[in-house]
Design a protein around this ligand. Structure first.
Ligand SMILES: Cc1ncc(COP(=O)(O)OP(=O)(O)O)c(N)n1
Ligand SMILES: Cc1nc(C(=O)O)sc1CCOP(=O)(O)O
Ligand SMILES: [Mg+2]
Length: 294
């Protein structure tokens, strides 16, 4: 509850309704024309429109997201908070979406991060941007914030609230869980995870309390141990390393610095996306030719 007696949910509702009322509009908050927004949507395949039936399918009205759909959204996953960005986070996210990011996680944590209404407002703003571009919007750690801004889902780690409790609180929204062992992965899936975040694959400077570096081998090992769930690799991933991560059988890559610290966030996202798509195509043609030899 705020000092004036308004609840966080009420403020969030107003913010989110404000964005939803205004869309679609001739120009969005970033000054994009309808044509530009449509172009963004076509960059992001598997599209959702804010407030349409197709959008609701992704966020839980029609049941949990399918694994196939989840895999598509994991292709280029931007994890972002205001402290990660060299520039205005709204600009960074907008450019990343233009470059082809398919999912954005709002991870507003650490020294200097936003709190209270500013945090809520930024979350609402990024959610609206993501939906305008046909991307998903997920909140890190904070279930209350995710529900307040009507996010598509929540990402939690092994040290956060238990996955089954979060699943109960978020209904059919998307649940992502961090894991590195097959035991953690199986338990997360059993408790309702829709995808797994596996890392750090490489050394990272973006998370001070990251676990030991795993290398891409962890992905192959998990697959060999029968973990078939949608997986995104995270930690130290750059455009030069993205193909290696996907070839090790991740469905996509999650990055902070490769986009938020780039001079050209759109270009960085586009290059990452191209590498991911190229690696996915060559993995699927390799498995098709293995199948035809069998
Ligand atoms: C996609 C993705 N994978 C892993 C993480 C890390 O989550 P967690 O271990 O809970 O650490 P914090 O991000 O909360 O510091 C993630 N955020 N996203
Ligand atoms: C948020 C996060 N989680 C990690 C994990 O290993 O679970 S690594 C990480 C930070 C990723 O940032 P960058 O792309 O800049 O390395
Ligand atoms: Mg966490």
């Amino acid at each position: 509850m705020n000092e004036d007696g308004t609840s966080v949910e009420a403020i969030a509702g107003e913010i989110v309704r404000g964005y939803m009322r205004e869309e679609p509009r001739e120009k969005d908050g970033m000054g994009k024309s309808k044509q530009e927004v449509n172009k963004l949507k076509s960059v992001n395949q598997g599209l959702i429109d804010n407030g349409t039936e197709e959008n609701r399918e992704c966020v839980g009205i029609h049941g949990r997201i399918s694994s196939d759909r989840m895999r598509e959204y994991l292709q280029l996953y931007l994890v972002v908070g205001s402290v990660d960005c060299k520039e205005d986070p709204v600009k960074v996210v907008s450019e990343a979406l233009e470059g082809g990011a398919t999912l954005v996680q709002f991870r507003e944590k650490g020294p200097g991060s936003l709190t209270g209404e500013a945090r809520l407002e930024l979350a609402g703003r990024l959610r609206a941007l993501c939906h305008s571009a046909g991307a998903l919007f997920i909140v890190n750690d904070d279930v209350e914030l995710a529900l307040a801004v009507d996010a598509d889902g929540v990402h939690i780690g092994q040290e956060d609230e238990a996955a089954d409790c979060v699943r109960a609180r978020i209904g059919e929204r998307i649940l992502g869980v961090s894991a590195i062992t097959a035991c953690e992965a199986r338990s997360a899936i059993h408790q309702g995870a829709d995808y797994l975040g596996i890392g750090p694959i490489y050394p990272t400077s973006s998370k001070k309390d990251a676990r030991a570096v795993q290398g891409p081998q962890v992905l192959k090992t998990l697959r060999a141990q029968g973990i078939a769930a949608p997986i995104v690799g995270i930690g130290g991933i750059t455009a030069a390393r993205a193909a290696e991560v996907v070839s090790a059988r991740a469905d996509g890559v999650a990055v902070i610095s490769a986009i938020t610290q780039a001079d050209d966030a759109q270009g960085a996202a586009a290059t990452l996306k191209r590498e991911v798509l190229r690696a996915l195509a060559s993995s699927s043609s390799a498995s098709a030719s293995q199948g035809s030899e069998a």
